[in-house]
Design a protein around this ligand. Structure first.
Ligand SMILES: O=P(O)(O)O[C@@H]1C[C@H](O)[C@@H](CO)O1
Length: 388
């Protein structure tokens, strides 16, 4: 009897059972067949073992699945085949797929945080993320203890030039800090949960305040290359299409299901930055504005830049917003800065073209001022936990 391959119904099936898995297709290959009996086999590789048992009822146009058991053990590398036997109307399947690791679960983040805490005595209250070409911020830390991303369990790897790929613990003007010398971007191919996972690790390390920096293209016609823009708000373009790092089941141990974002950028920290900037004599190039994130890696078209500008964005980039959402979700205070490394091209007569080399060069030109602004701010930030 003819068998019908139903890959689409397979993915809806899996999304019903594991709604948090958005990158399943890249991990395993499965076939679903209708009619008398079907057998399918799959293999999955991952850093954690997860076992799930589901009961599913399949009719030609209906597939109903009930997860019965779901178990995951972080930090164990194992791959097991999955065997599923289906009968026309009723099927019972046991899936030994390493799927839950994709979520960056609480257990996985805790394991990473514990791994780090057991290797350093520094208990950071401030977490810093260095944008493209701004890794010099990490060099300001005294009594450093640095870990290569490739040595940290569950941590993604930096793949972009200008992002060194080191997590540096140390003291900045007497305050314990941890600094990501290199961040992750959607365009590197990481699932959005993985891009933002370091924020949850920051939280579990004890971080209370996150300072994020990035390189961005200036959309506001008053901005000049080299300006530093304090981010007062953002526009999450990928979020409009449902690409939000909090999509999927919510783990209340991190935060609430529906976090507010109207207070994403801490207003006291914003005021503090204005004050510190004025004291340092940075008034001429210190701005305050709205950052718009796109997925990248292609830079924007002229029409896209004009559109974003009309929507109220002052600068455009490819990062930060996802991290901010996750940091706020788990209750950390957020302050963020964009260095305007290039003018976004808004005019069809212009010969300018955005390019990564220019981004890195401008980073070098303003690096020292940006470092002074951040380090002076850190000295003034007050924390609940002052034992560190
Ligand atoms: O990590 P950030 O946002 O600073 O990096 C920006 C966006 C792209 O990754 C890159 C483009 O030059 O710089």
């Amino acid at each position: 009897m003819a068998q019908m391959v139903m890959p689409i119904s397979l993915f809806s099936y899996y999304e019903a059972v594991f709604p948090h898995i958005s990158h399943l297709s890249s991990l395993c290959q499965l076939h679903v067949y209708f009619f008398p009996v079907s057998l399918s086999l799959s293999l999955s590789l991952s850093l954690s073992l997860s076992l799930s048992l589901s009961l599913s009822l399949s009719l030609p146009c209906l597939s109903l699945s009930l997860p019965c058991l779901s178990l995951s053990l972080p930090c164990l590398s194992l791959s097991l085949p999955c065997l599923s036997l289906s009968l026309p109307c009723l099927s019972l399947s046991l899936h030994c797929l390493s799927l839950l690791s994709l979520r960056c679960s609480f257990e996985e983040c805790s394991a990473t945080a514990e791994w780090l805490l057991s290797r350093t005595e520094i208990r950071p209250l401030v977490g810093i993320v260095c944008g493209s070409g701004l890794g010099g911020l990490a060099e300001m830390l005294k009594d450093q203890m640095a870990f290569k991303y490739s040595d940290i369990p569950n941590f993604p790897q930096s793949t972009v030039h200008g992002h060194a790929g080191r997590l540096v613990f140390g003291m900045l003007k007497g305050k314990a800090c941890v600094c990501m010398q290199g961040r992750f971007h959607l365009y590197e191919g990481y699932p959005i949960h993985k891009v933002t996972m370091p924020m949850r690790i920051f939280k579990l390390l004890g971080v209370e305040t996150v300072i994020l920096t990035n390189a961005a293209g200036g959309l506001n016609q008053d901005y000049k290359v080299g300006d530093i823009m304090i981010i007062k708000d953002h526009i999450n373009m990928p979020g409009f299409a449902g690409n939000n790092p909090l999509a999927g089941p919510n783990d209340e141990r991190f935060g609430v299901r529906f976090p507010s974002m109207s207070d994403a950028y801490d207003r006291e920290l914003l005021q503090l930055a204005q004050g510190v900037g004025a004291e340092l004599g940075f008034g001429d190039f210190l701005r305050e504005g709205v950052y718009c994130v796109l997925g990248g890696p292609s830079f924007e078209t002229i029409a896209e830049c004009r559109m974003m500008n009309r929507l109220g964005a002052d600068a455009v980039g490819m990062s930060t917003v996802h991290e901010v959402i996750v940091a706020r979700h788990c209750g950390m205070r957020v302050f963020a800065l964009s260095l305007i490394t290039n003018q976004a091209v808004m005019d069809y007569d212009s010969q300018e073209k955005a390019n990564h080399e220019e981004v890195l060069e401008t980073g070098q030109l303003r690096a020292k001022q940006l470092e002074r602004l951040v380090s002076n701010m850190v000295t003034h930030i007050e924390h609940n936990n002052n034992d560190a």
